[in-house]
Design a binder for this molecule. Structure first.
Ligand code: ADP
Ligand code: MG
Length: 244
């Protein structure tokens, strides 16, 4: 077992071709330790989403290597990648991405049903309890608040017991108090679940929940900070011109 949950080596991602091509990631090498919370910050267009998608096996780098829990993604075909994502990875997005016609319970267990696995009733109850949705499992997403919908999305990400949970601004659409609750929930995945969380955020307070913050600029990791305060992060981002 490797101590790194995610490892990128020399990862480059270029969109388009020729004079219109965009280098979204440039030779990125980084390791993310198992059982830690990492925040990824940087100005708009700096490559945060591209980084997350490549690290999670949702998108393929143009060159370089990505490993999740020691498994090399390069060279995997779509079927193998899908299988790896189902076993190893959970995702939480800003837009929740729930299926409106399904109940909370059905949304949460969807990844298992897609994988042809039975749902362990006690595990489902435990997850529903952990995200604070007990009593809501028969509701539809439209009957829930934004914060509750994001809890459903987190429960859905947790149901397969993934090694790594990736989030792309999952608190971006939520009010401050609700966002804080979601962050506490994700932090708990690391502290009590032993999972690894990688979170793209533009919120310095959210990033201050992290063990390490990676700063991206123009497709490169230009800096990192370990257990920084929100004030230190804000100062770093202001220096980077991210908020000007
Ligand atoms: P961020 O999440 O930090 O805002 P992205 O990773 O979305 O940045 O984008 C990085 C760069 O790559 C930007 O210049 C963006 O316009 C470009 N880009 C992202 N996705 C695509 C795509 N599918 N096709 C072409 N260019 C893209
Ligand atoms: Mg983005």
């Amino acid at each position: 077992m490797t101590s790194q949950a995610v490892r990128l080596e020399g990862v480059t991602k270029t969109y388009g071709r020729g004079s219109r091509s965009v280098a979204a990631l440039k030779d990125v090498t980084v390791g993310i330790r198992r059982g830690t919370f990492t925040a990824v910050m940087g100005p708009s267009g700096s490559g945060k989403s591209t980084f997350l998608h490549c690290a999670a096996g949702l998108d393929r780098p143009s060159s370089g290597s990505v490993r999740i829990a020691g498994e090399e993604l390069t060279g995997m075909d779509e079927t193998e990648l899908t299988y790896l994502r189902r076993r190893r990875v959970g995702f939480v997005f800003q837009g929740f991405n729930l299926v409106p016609a399904l109940t909370v319970r059905q949304n949460i267990t969807l990844p298992l049903r897609l994988a042809g696995q039975r749902t362990d009733r006690r595990w489902l109850d435990e997850i529903v309890h952990r995200v604070g949705l007990t009593g809501r499992v028969d509701h539809r997403p439209s009957q829930l608040s934004g914060g509750q919908q994001q809890r459903v999305a987190i429960a859905r990400a947790l149901v397969t017991r993934p090694d790594v949970i990736f989030g792309d601004e999952p608190t971006g659409a939520l009010d401050t108090v609700t966002a804080r609750e979601i962050l506490v929930l994700l932090r708990g995945c690391v502290d009590t679940g032993g999972q690894t969380v990688v979170l793209v955020t533009h919120d310095a307070v959210a990033a201050s929940c992290a063990d390490r913050v990676l700063f991206l600029a123009d497709g490169s990791i230009v800096d990192h900070a370990d257990s920084p305060t929100a004030e230190q992060i804000a100062a770093r981002m202001t220096r980077a011109g991210a908020w000007s």
